[in-house]
Design a protein around this ligand. Structure first.
Ligand SMILES: NC(=O)c1ccc[n+]([C@@H]2O[C@H](COP(=O)([O-])OP(=O)(O)OC[C@H]3O[C@@H](n4cnc5c(N)ncnc54)[C@H](OP(=O)(O)O)[C@@H]3O)[C@@H](O)[C@H]2O)c1
Length: 256
């Protein structure tokens, strides 16, 4: 597939997990990829290098960048670097997330600030800084949400941030339509990534779920690729739930 041939995508948090799968899928569809993570040392650096190598093996260009999305200044530098490396930006996938797993009574002020600064401010900074590039040729924004936006999960204060962001995506779809920029979200079910390992420790009941309850990073990436491509142009400000039906069956365990 070459629906994104000649295009450039920035996937925040694409050193590992779902972001990495999205970066690879968009590369398969023809896009050159700006791989992004928060840290440029240790395992994060190694993961960024590995993501770039996997994309290059698909015949696409990939460069790695670091920025803490909670910092407007770092996001500004990130977008400048992407522009000077690739000369354009067509697809912005807002995938990076970082949050404490704590119930409300235990949230410290610094936890709350990190929660909002990364998972709300961070995405808004990315859109503000990327917009001049995205609006040049009708860009697309795809936000990665989770079922916490609509169902309570224990010790998961990220859920309310996801709910706010799904509303933000609706807002962007209307605000940016005139500039030719589309915005939608993908709400992923349970995906076995690094952050899932922490959730699993805090929420042992997850261990009782059959394998069929889990979505793979590639299944999430397939839907992101659709929303990044021209065929989805009439979908505006929506959140597509990609959970293998888990949220349809709250009263019943999914079948194996
Ligand atoms: N896993 C699930 O079950 C699940 C379900 C539904 C939705 N989601 C959503 O899918 C997305 C990806 O989840 P995941 O489980 O794949 O995550 P993950 O494995 O924890 O990876 C997080 C990525 O985000 C980056 N990141 C974290 N904080 C950052 C910051 N302040 N600035 C810039 N980058 C930052 C990390 O970079 P470094 O490597 O440098 O730390 C890493 O690349 C998240 O939005 C998550 O909420 C996950």
């Amino acid at each position: 597939m070459t629906t994104l041939a000649g295009k450039v995508a920035l996937v925040t948090g694409s050193t590992r997990g779902i972001g990495r799968a999205i970066a690879l899928r968009l590369a398969q569809d023809g896009a050159d990829i700006a791989v992004h993570g928060r840290s440029d040392t240790g395992p994060s650096q190694a993961a960024a290098i590995e993501s770039c190598e996997a994309i290059r093996a698909l015949g696409r260009r990939a460069d790695a960048f670091t920025a803490d999305i909670a910092s407007k200044e770092e996001v500004g530098t990130l977008i400048e670097q992407v522009e000077s490396a690739f000369g354009r930006l067509d697809v912005l996938v807002l995938n990076a997330a970082r949050a404490p797993f704590k119930e409300t009574r235990r949230l410290l002020e610094r936890d709350l600030r990190q929660l909002v600064e990364v998972n709300l401010f961070g995405h808004v900074f990315c859109v503000q800084k990327a917009l001049p590039l995205l609006e040049r040729e009708g860009g697309r924004i795809v936000f990665i949400s989770s079922l916490g936006s609509r169902y309570m999960n224990p010790q998961y204060p990220l859920g309310p941030m996801k709910a706010a962001m799904e509303a933000m995506v609706r807002q962007w779809a209307e605000e940016l339509a005139g500039a030719g920029v589309g915005a939608n979200a993908v709400c992923a079910g349970l995906v076995k990534t690094d952050s899932y390992k922490t959730l699993r420790r805090l929420w042992p009941e997850l261990g009782a779920l059959p394998e069929s309850a889990y979505v793979t990073p590639e299944e999430v990436a397939d839907v992101v690729a659709f929303l990044a491509a021209p065929d989805s142009r009439a979908i505006c400000g929506q959140t597509l739930v990609v959970d293998r039906g888990l949220s349809n069956r709250v009263m019943r365990a999914p079948a194996e």
